[in-house]
Design a protein around this ligand. Structure first.
Ligand code: ASP
Length: 378
């Protein structure tokens, strides 16, 4: 072997497997940023990582797929009944299970995130699709977006009021138009043109959300507020207005995708659009870095372009997913403003929030499967 063509022969002895793996690597190869602890092949035996009972650790292998979901980082969980909590846990489990099943069947990431978000839109316990919050004039108006990290293709809709599943419409914007973003009535017209199921407003308005809206109205009246500013922007109060659903995936082919859908903030001004349909603010996916879906006070997420900022920190600063998401949620945003879910190209998952809880779930090909509100559920 000459100097130029010299290769280092590396071998790992894998405990419990009697398997020898030989890897040929050029000395100049950059380290692979896996976010996992890798065994250093050149380390002395005494430096080999040990687990407490003295066994050698297995060389970590990448999960073949990973998925995370959220159902919002707000709401007054201390006032939820046991049944309300149980319904949300049940809804998260059903959506996560569906995602797991589809990923095991090798479905592409972009199809999985759409299917999972659609389930959460149909579930009246979450603020998206059926069960969405009401706006200042008592209507439901919905926002959604989807992004495919393999080619940065994406679609988004805002302020739609008749399409049953806004995430389907966002997907159609990506697939059937040369555009990225449609909003308002013309977006609903497009949904009708392509035959997506339509619903009257009554379908979206659940008794629980009508109650919340009445309580919001009374609060507004008590405040006698005629200003255009609301308390969505400041203080603990904003927790009561939050909610959204989202899903991020790394599929078996290594592709990433993200999808987000919401009714927005309770009592939002008619016409207001939050971060959820804004690519780069509430949703982002790029195979080279990560897939992100956010939930929280949309105005703050738009101002700080939270989703794309996480991706950019990974790309330009070489930060891990954990560090980049932690920076966004705990350093960029103020306390009690929301959270996000993220998955990176190696299948690492992050679920970060700065509120008391986030309805969330995560699953991976290595057997991880859990959902929770404040704590993880059994
Ligand atoms: N981000 C959403 C919005 O501002 C609300 C939420 O996630 O709770 O519309």
């Amino acid at each position: 072997m000459t100097c130029r063509t010299a290769f280092i022969v590396v071998w790992f002895w894998l405990a419990n497997s009697n398997l020898y793996v030989v890897v040929l690597a050029k000395p100049t190869d950059p380290p692979v940023a896996t976010g996992k602890t890798l065994t250093n092949p050149l380390a002395k035996p005494s430096m080999t990582p040990q687990i407490p009972d003295g066994k050698l650790t297995q060389a970590p292998s990448k999960p073949t797929w990973s998925i995370a979901i959220h159902g919002g980082a707000g709401g007054d969980i201390d006032r939820w009944t046991a049944v309300q909590k149980q319904n949300r846990i049940h809804g998260l489990k059903a959506a996560l299970q569906r995602g797991k099943d589809l990923l095991e069947k090798s479905m592409p990431a972009v199809d999985v995130v759409q299917a999972v978000v659609q389930i959460l839109e149909d579930d009246p316990n979450f603020n998206a699709g059926r069960g969405a919050v009401l706006n200042s004039v008592g209507d439901v108006s919905l926002d959604a977006s989807i992004m495919d990290g393999s080619d940065l293709s994406c679609g988004a809709v805002a302020n739609v009021m008749t399409v049953r599943n806004p995430i389907q419409l966002a997907r159609a914007v990506r697939d059937k138009t040369p555009h990225v973003f449609l909003c308002g009535e013309p977006a609903d017209v497009f949904a009708k043109e392509i035959g997506l199921p339509q619903e009257p407003q009554e379908y979206f308005k659940t008794p629980e959300q009508i109650e919340s809206w009445k309580a919001w109205q009374q609060k507004q009246a008590a405040r006698n507020s005629t200003t255009t500013k609301s308390d969505h922007d400041t203080g603990k109060d904003r927790l009561f207005y939050l909610g959204t659903v989202g899903c991020v995936v790394r599929d078996q082919q290594g592709n990433l995708a993200a999808a987000t859908s919401t009714g927005g903030l309770l009592g939002k001004r008619y016409g207001r659009v939050g971060d959820s349909p804004v690519i780069g603010a509430g949703t982002y996916a790029k195979n080279a870095t990560c897939a992100i879906s956010c939930t929280g006070v949309g105005e703050l997420y738009i101002r700080n372009h939270i989703a794309s900022a996480v991706s950019s920190r990974m790309e330009y600063l070489n930060e891990s997913l954990e560090k980049a998401t932690g920076f966004a949620i705990h350093k960029t945003l103020p306390e009690d403003s929301g959270g996000l879910i993220a998955v990176d190209r190696d299948g690492n998952i992050e679920l970060q929030y700065n509120t008391p809880m986030m309805a969330r779930g995560q699953a991976r090909s290595d057997g991880l499967f859990q959902v929770g509100l404040k704590e993880w559920a059994d």
